[in-house]
Design a protein around this ligand. Structure first.
Ligand code: PMP
Ligand code: GLU
Length: 392
């Protein structure tokens, strides 16, 4: 009865694990959820007030498909101010979350058989949406020793006449790694003078602990072929408001608008109006979130090193995930794969983590540390005990 298109698609692993965790919680189990990438702070007060004001001003009609003009202008200003990017308001489209921006982009560009290069580990939805469009994900492996980053040379070797798009997140979900300016300059060299579109997903831009975030679209050599994606979900802790945006060549923006006009229309009016205040204030009112994430990152790394000695961990420079390699536990237990390992942690340790395989990491799990220090400690204690039981 169902289409092949949908039968061939996987459910989002992050959302699937979150819903399993919720179900067990509703049965009264004391689940600690490290599965969903979601800040735990609640919306900042100034943003809640901005949304209330938008309701009082009765912004309740359909919105323009591409988003309110004043919001697109605020996005254009933000991209200039924070990222050194030059996008006019007609090169910007607002969507129902960055997830929709990415889906619009892929559906706009990819014909069956086209190749999309994605460095692994990659965000879970990239692979399935590429396949949904008939495209072929070309996955480039990286290792924890290289801080989960691929080299410009690896990318160069993956390019073929069918390569249409290079898609990456920076900072990266799920590894938290950052590509810094010198690395992005090298990557830009690879794509200079080609027709390949570079899509830079910068949704974790404000959650950076070390070094400066840099936008590849600010490099002259590739600026006309870069699409920059961002949104409010992570930086402002408003995942449920569903507000994201894409900036890029006008032709691509128009194509995304055509798709959006048939699928969802313009994004939520209230969230759009409130977003203007968020973007105008930059990250100045949300720095406390970054500070809390940094403390939690350091604490989680320390706990893992002390209590789960066979896990290999690195020190991510951004986002709020740790992506430990648990190969030792897979090799020395009866478990066949990391999905089984995540399932074991869920039912035995009552800790929900997302299996790394969903992100192209077959021996890793993703731990979101958007939790209190107390819960992080409890989770690691339980994981340690539960992994120990597996060893043959
Ligand atoms: N890109 C990355 C790398 C993500 O982790 C997420 C999940 N928040 C998104 C895009 C989509 O974000 P949203 O749709 O909530 O804006
Ligand atoms: N992006 C978040 C995550 O990676 C939210 C879940 C999702 O949108 O898939 O967990």
């Amino acid at each position: 009865m169902l289409s092949e298109r949908v039968l061939n698609m996987n459910e989002s692993a992050t959302l699937a694990m979150a819903s399993k965790a919720r179900e067990l919680k509703s049965k009264g189990l004391d689940i600690i959820s490290m599965s969903l990438g979601e800040p735990d702070f609640g919306a900042p007060e100034f943003l809640r007030n901005a949304a209330i004001k938008a309701i009082e001003n009765d912004f309740s009609s359909y919105t323009p498909v591409v988003g309110f003009k004043d919001l697109r202008q605020a996005i254009s200003n933000k991209l200039k101010r924070d990222n050194g990017l030059d996008y006019s308001d007609n090169q910007i489209i607002v969507s129902t979350g960055a997830k929709q921006s990415i889906a619009n982009l892929i559906l706009s560009l990819i014909n069956p058989g086209d190749e999309v290069i994605i460095p692994a580990p990659f965000w879970v939805s990239y692979e399935d949406v590429i396949k949904f469009a008939g495209g072929k994900p070309i996955i480039l492996k990286s290792s924890i020793e290289d801080d989960f980053k691929v080299s410009a040379e690896q990318i160069r070797n993956a390019i073929t006449p069918k390569t249409k798009l290079f898609l990456f997140s920076n900072p990266c979900n799920p590894s938290g790694s950052m590509y810094f300016k010198n690395e992005l300059v090298e990557i830009a060299e690879v794509f200079k003078n080609t027709d390949v579109i570079i899509a830079s997903d910068e949704i974790y831009e404000y959650i950076v602990f070390e070094g400066e975030h840099f936008s590849i679209g600010s490099l002259d050599s590739v600026k006309d072929q870069v699409v920059t994606i961002n949104g409010l979900s992570k930086g402002y802790a408003v995942t449920g408001w569903r507000l994201g945006y894409l900036a890029g060549p006008e032709k691509i923006v128009k194509a995304c608008a055509k798709i959006q006009s048939q699928f969802t229309s313009g994004a939520n009016s209230i969230a759009q109006k409130a977003a203007i205040e968020a973007l105008d204030s930059g990250n100045s009112k949300v720095l406390y979130m970054r500070e809390a994430f940094l403390e939690r990152r350091n604490f989680l790394i320390d706990q893992m090193k002390k209590k789960v000695p066979h896990a290999v961990v690195n020190s991510p420079q951004g986002a709020f995930y740790l992506f430990p390699d648990l190969k030792y536990y897979l090799d020395n237990s009866k478990l066949e794969n990391v999905e089984q390992l995540s399932q074991h942690l869920l039912t035995d340790a009552l800790v929900a983590c997302t299996p790394g395989s969903a992100f192209g990491g077959d021996t890793n799990i993703r731990m979101s540390y958007a939790l209190s220090l107390e819960d992080i400690e409890k989770a690691v204690d339980r994981i340690a005990a539960s992994l120990d039981k597996l060893i043959l």
